[in-house]
Design a protein around this ligand. Structure first.
Ligand code: BEZ
Length: 211
């Protein structure tokens, strides 16, 4: 099943390293990041889980719950966590789903048979508090993801959710943003009383709200 932007993401029950969960209930009112790993005890995955554990306070600060998924069973996750702590300096401090039956992997289309019949690709699903998909990414097994980029795009998504602005190429938190085209100049005067710069009628740049 293809999950598209704006769809309510599938709910599921799963066993995790922090006990059984029902996904939507577990998310509650938070944002969520669900990300998959091809396999336990593999080098790239080991570095990724260490990075997510290191960045956990940054996800917390943004009201984002993170959860990983691997097709290996629960007991393998516990042993792998020791290796991650030893080699990366951070033990996983977020739940990891054990999906040996490929139930969640199937629901989220994480197995791409022309890449591998059995292993998941590196998927990322960012879910809003409304349980709708805000962003998805697919990486191959050989390329570790950049979790600073995941945080950056969460900043962008949360800004758009709160204000009528979009973010330009390579934007980082604190930099100028763009007034979305659906906001007229009339409406923009109310929303952005400090004014904005009009580079083109469709390209109006304003300081990041709240900064
Ligand atoms: C890795 O995490 O290093 C990996 C996993 C599956 C295939 C290739 C690399």
């Amino acid at each position: 099943m293809t999950i598209r932007l704006g769809d309510v993401v599938p709910d599921f029950d799963a066993e995790t390293t922090e006990g059984p969960i029902r996904f939507h209930e577990w998310l509650g009112d938070s944002w969520g990041v669900l990300f998959s790993h091809p396999k336990n005890f593999t080098p790239v995955c080991t570095t990724e889980l260490g990075q997510v554990a290191r960045l956990k306070p940054e996800f917390d600060r943004r009201n984002v719950k993170v959860i990983g998924l691997s097709v290996d069973p629960l007991d393998a996750h516990a042993k792998w966590a020791e290796d991650i702590a030893e080699t990366q300096g951070y033990a996983p401090n977020f739940p990891l789903i054990a999906d040996p039956e490929r139930t969640v992997s199937g629901l989220y289309d994480m197995i791409h048979p022309n890449a591998s019949d059995t292993l998941t690709v590196r998927s990322v699903f960012i879910v809003g508090p409304d349980k709708k998909l805000k962003l998805s990414l697919t990486y191959p097994a050989s390329a570790g993801r950049n979790f600073d980029e995941i945080l950056r795009v969460i900043d962008s998504l949360q800004l758009t959710a709160q204000h009528a602005v979009a973010t330009p190429a390579n934007w980082k938190d604190g930099e100028d943003v763009i007034i979305v085209p659906s906001v007229s100049d009339e409406a923009a005067k109310e929303k952005f009383p400090g004014g904005w710069k009009t580079l083109k009628p469709y390209l109006r740049v304003v300081p990041q709200p709240g900064k």
